[in-house]
Write a protein that binds this ligand. Structure first.
Ligand SMILES: [Zn+2]
Length: 484
């Protein structure tokens, strides 16, 4: 793993939500990374030639392997559509990057390549080679432009300080060192089997435990604060404390009883579906009210408290706080919700929608997604994939409401699912949907319909959808059925 990390906050209530339906698409199918960054992908392969720095052949060989792994990581991520170009969100982030770069000219030899990662995890990462990636989840989660800027400045600092390159060098040196070889020998001579597994642990664990990593984090924080001061973006150390709450997204309770969200659509949700009936381990008492926290090693952002204390001296409590514009927040949120649906993570996707409803968001796009979720679940049920599509999350990470929703999606009978789809299909919100959204409805509805040669029929309707809506972002979903 490369240097990853940083920022966050909650309090989204302060963000003004747009209640008017978005009549414009978020992005086009061609703005997904495989097409949009095809040029960058090719030039990256050429530009990232491993430098010859070690006279010892074994060390140089290791270094080259690690270097090429990094190139593969980025290339594969681009090909897998992990990144997207959406002008409003992208340019907002780029504005922050440019503001930092212009005010710190000596530190930026060239314009960094900014990538917008579709992950919902509140994170950003630097890969070296002048690349910086910001997750949609970070845009959704950050409370202000200043917080986002801190995460960006921290990642830019990793690149400026050559941390990714140094980490690759240190790793190559470690893996070809006598100390490592001797540890390996001991593993070989030990009575325990599964050599390859132990080797893997030794390679990664011993390495990531190295104290260098910690120094890297605090060095990046220190430089980030300087970068921000130079471009007059306020820094408040409390951002690090807010970052500590990054893992509680699904532990936040809903504002209403779960059934009420469905009643609003004229759907009946039987509370019996939300209770686990099976006997055994799963019925073991579990207290959702215990929020004593997740083990630090499982956190997206460990050591937040430490980072807060270490940077307190440079902190300005009265720093200006600039809200993230509503269109940027809304688009980032929709994009990450769509991505969850496309990945068939239906519970998390639906929970995010209910959280948006709690914030007073009336945008009909979320109703359209509500239909997609139930129709998608019904389709998966017919294909006997329902359990996978629900995507079970362990109780430690979720609220009681999330657990009820997860249980409901698991247990509601297929005929009720079908009823949900039928009711939602005829709901009033479709009047404000775009042509490609209505076409997607036809496509998803057709997926679950009986057919003697289902695969062929699905392939044909996927082709029809793509041909009729060639620039639609929803082609991504249809394309999965084209391949089958
Ligand atoms: Zn970092």
């Amino acid at each position: 793993m490369f240097a990853r990390v940083c920022l966050i906050i909650i309090y989204l209530s302060s963000i003004c939500l747009n209640s008017i339906a978005q009549l414009h698409p978020l992005y086009t199918y061609q703005q997904l990374s495989d097409v949009y960054y095809s040029h960058e992908k090719d030039s990256l392969k050429k530009a990232w030639q491993c430098p010859d720095i070690y006279p010892a052949k074994a060390t140089q060989k290791k270094f080259r392997e690690i270097w090429d792994d990094r190139t593969d990581f980025i290339i594969t991520a681009i090909e897998k559509q992990n990144y997207v170009y959406e002008a409003d969100v992208y340019n907002y982030l780029l504005g922050i990057v440019n503001q930092i770069a212009v005010a710190n000219p000596g530190l930026f030899a060239q314009q960094p390549l900014l990538l917008l990662d579709r992950s919902a995890s509140p994170n950003a990462y630097a890969t070296g080679g002048n690349i910086l990636a910001v997750n949609l989840g970070l845009v959704h989660f950050s409370q202000s432009r200043e917080e986002l800027a801190l995460a960006i400045a921290h990642e830019l600092s990793h690149n400026i300080l050559n941390h990714p390159e140094n980490a690759m060098k240190e790793r190559a040196e470690w893996l070809s060192s006598d100390e490592y070889k001797n540890s390996l020998k001991n593993v070989l001579n030990s009575k325990y089997g599964r050599f390859s597994r132990l080797k893997e642990i030794l390679e990664n664990y011993s390495f990531s435990r190295s104290r260098h990593q910690r120094y890297h984090e605090s060095d990046a924080d220190s430089l980030a604060i300087i970068l921000l001061k130079n471009c007059h973006i306020g820094f408040n150390a409390e951002y690090f404390l807010h970052l500590d709450s990054a893992d509680i997204q699904y532990r936040q309770p809903l504002q209403k009883p779960l059934a009420d969200y469905f009643t609003a659509y004229g759907l009946t949700a039987n509370t019996d579906w939300m209770q686990v009936h099976s006997k055994g381990l799963s019925t073991k008492k579990y207290s959702f009210s215990d929020t004593s926290g997740i083990d630090d090693s499982l956190k997206t952002h460990p050591d937040c408290e430490e980072r807060y204390k270490a940077t307190l001296a440079g902190s300005d409590k009265n720093a200006t706080v600039t809200p993230i514009p509503a269109n940027v927040y809304n688009k980032a949120t929709k994009m990450l919700i769509w991505n969850m649906f496309d990945d068939m993570q239906l519970t998390t996707c639906l929970y995010r929608i209910l959280q948006e409803k709690d914030k007073g968001n009336k945008d009909e796009w979320y109703d359209f997604m509500m239909y997609n979720i139930f129709a998608g679940l019904y389709y998966n049920d017919k294909e006997l994939h329902r359990f996978n599509a629900i995507g079970i999350i362990p109780k430690e990470y979720i609220s009681k409401d999330y657990y009820q929703l997860q249980t409901m999606l698991e247990q509601m009978p297929a005929e009720n699912l079908q009823q949900y789809c039928a009711t939602l299909q005829n709901a009033g919100f479709w009047a404000s949907c775009t042509t490609d959204e209505k076409d997607l409805k036809k496509f998803i509805t057709g997926l679950a319909a009986e057919s003697s040669n289902a695969d062929k029929a699905r392939r044909n309707s996927a082709n029809d959808f793509i041909n009729n809506n060639s620039t639609s972002m929803y082609c991504e979903f249809a394309a999965q059925f084209k391949k089958n």
